[in-house]
Design a protein around this ligand. Structure first.
Ligand code: B12
Ligand code: SF4
Length: 439
């Protein structure tokens, strides 16, 4: 069979004023350009797990979000879904099926909404795909009737047995960054989190030599790649993290990852990260004031416990020559209209090299979504296209939805103007003078 893997990249947002701001503010535009061009790691893993004897092609949806016409030459097309793009994905799936192409859909969104997805796909896959995908390919080849496959009925994906993702299928597309996974899942459980933790399997780390193997495979295609680790939380296990840094240091790559703030508690780890090429860590701080953090991490109230030492921990990371991208969620329960100024002040006080602001987003399948639904606080149900992290679709507790939208725009202007961006970034560069690090 000819099998196509169709990725739907790019960023999504609906708020017209925010979009307008995004097109003009320097800090905002830089990050959007960087992330908009990441390939789909999930699909590259599936390609690597495809039984032999099939012809494989990787496609990106066009910039107008339509499917490239070559995809109609395939017998089976795999589509990966996030909530924000799922309606676009369903429309493409409907067109492909009408033309006689079989469609398989998986990913974070259909994992939590499989019944909805079954109206648009021949095969729906719940959870991690690697062990299920070969059965889907066999089903398609036999023309087996439509069905849903649940990864829970298959062995747990062994993190030590993952193949090299088929980066080679990316051909000579102009990607400026590549993704690699060093771990899957996260031991914490924040009520709003819609990351890989949604796939329902436990936290697993990969053997470091296999991470090295995957990076080397990328270097064969692109000698000086910038790597984004597509992990939920890389440095949960500090000793394994040190092993990882020692192993990747000789590869001379630059990389970025997502981790929690406890990474700051181990100076030896920070040194090893810097020497191994870590340029930035993205950390979910969520809220400068502590009380809105109470209870949002459901296992040990970890986020509220970490908050009192935010300032010194963030400074320590940046003093080690690693920039921090601090993420804040606006509109948590308890946030009032003062939160926008508090975030701006905090970002300048650290000062944070990069900042990401998003609005609280009830992704389907999360405890947050269930709670807001119960409390009658979702404004429009089933509007998955609004799950962009930038569009407000719920009623906050201490301000109106409109105040939250306005505040988001105000803070966007405040944080990303040329002047504030310079105030946030310059101290980092100044502190590097005399040190051996180049960013
Ligand atoms: C890299 C990334 C991107 C890349 C995606 C590139 C691409 N073409 O896929 C870019 C930068 C484009 C991106 C964009 C967006 N992203 Co993003 N992104 C991530 C990130 C950091 C890593 C994802 C990843 O690579 N995971 C690793 C792979 C191996 O896992 P996976 O994709 O889930 O695939 C596995 C299974 O799901 C399954 N599977 C997946 N697809 C399929 C298909 C079939 C047929 C089968 C059988 C199985 C299967 O098998 C795979 C292997 O086990 C995550 C955060 C995180 N740490 O996870 C956020 C994340 C996925 N993004 C998120 C969001 C919100 C967005 C945006 C809406 C942001 C915006 N406003 O624009 C857009 C979405 C628009 C779009 N184009 O889809 C949310 C999604 C939440 C949700 N449930 O929908 C996440 C979880 C971040 C977060 N915590 O909020 N993102
Ligand atoms: S620490 Fe991050 S990845 Fe882990 S559950 Fe919380 S938000 Fe999700």
């Amino acid at each position: 069979m000819k099998i196509g893997f169709l990725a739907m990249s790019g960023v999504r947002a609906h708020d017209p004023e925010l979009l307008k701001l995004g097109l003009t503010l320097p800090g905002f535009v830089e990050r959007s350009k960087v992330i908009a061009s990441l390939p789909s790691l999930g699909l590259l893993y599936l390609a690597a797990c495809t039984p032999a004897g099939h012809e494989l092609r990787y496609f990106e949806a066009e910039s107008d979000r339509s499917e490239p016409k070559e995809v109609y030459d395939c017998d089976l097309v795999a589509i990966s879904t996030f909530s924000a793009q799922v309606f676009e994905a369903y429309a493409i799936a409907d067109r492909l099926r009408a033309a006689g192409v079989k469609v398989a859909m998986g990913g974070l969104h259909v994992t939590v909404c499989p019944t909805e997805a079954a109206k648009h796909a021949d095969y729906v896959i719940v959870g991690e795909g690697e062990n299920v995908w070969p059965m889907v390919v066999i089903a398609a080849r036999r023309n087996a009737p439509s069905r849903t496959f649940d990864s829970i009925d298959f062995p747990l994906v062994d993190a030590a047995e993952l193949p090299v993702p088929r980066y080679d299928l990316l051909d000579d597309r102009p990607y400026n960054r590549f993704t690699v996974q060093t771990s899957r899942g996260c031991p914490w459980r924040c009520d709003f989190c819609a990351s890989n933790v949604m796939l329902g399997r436990r936290y697993r780390k990969r053997p470091v030599d296999q991470v090295v193997r995957d990076i080397r495979a990328i270097q064969e295609l692109s000698p000086h790649p910038f790597i984004e680790f597509a992990d939920d939380n890389t440095f949960v296990d500090k000793e394994w993290g040190k092993e990882l840094c020692r192993a990747i240091a000789p590869l001379k790559i630059k990389w970025f990852t997502e981790t929690d703030i406890t990474v700051a508690d181990d100076p030896e780890l920070l040194e090893l990260m810097r020497d191994a090429g870590c340029r930035q860590v993205l950390i979910g701080l969520e809220s400068p004031p502590q009380s809105p953090l109470q209870g949002i991490e459901l296992r040990a109230n970890a986020k509220a416990k970490w908050q009192p030492r935010y300032l010194d921990r963030l400074r320590r990371i940046q003093e080690h020559g690693i920039t921090v991208n601090g993420c804040f969620i606006l509109g948590l329960d308890g946030h009032d209209a003062g939160i926008f100024e508090q975030v701006l002040e905090f970002a300048l006080e650290v000062p944070l090299f990069d900042v990401q602001i998003t609005v609280l987003t009830p992704f389907p399948g999360t405890p947050l979504y269930e709670r807001l639904l119960r409390e009658g606080r979702i404004i429009e149900t089933d509007r998955w296209d609004l799950c962009t992290l930038f569009d407000v679709n719920y009623r906050p507790t201490h301000m109106s939805a409109e105040e939250l939208r306005q505040g988001m725009r105000w803070l966007t202007r405040g944080l990303y103007s040329a002047q504030t961006t310079q105030r946030r970034k310059r101290p980092f560069f100044q502190s590097l003078r005399g040190q051996k690090i180049a960013v």
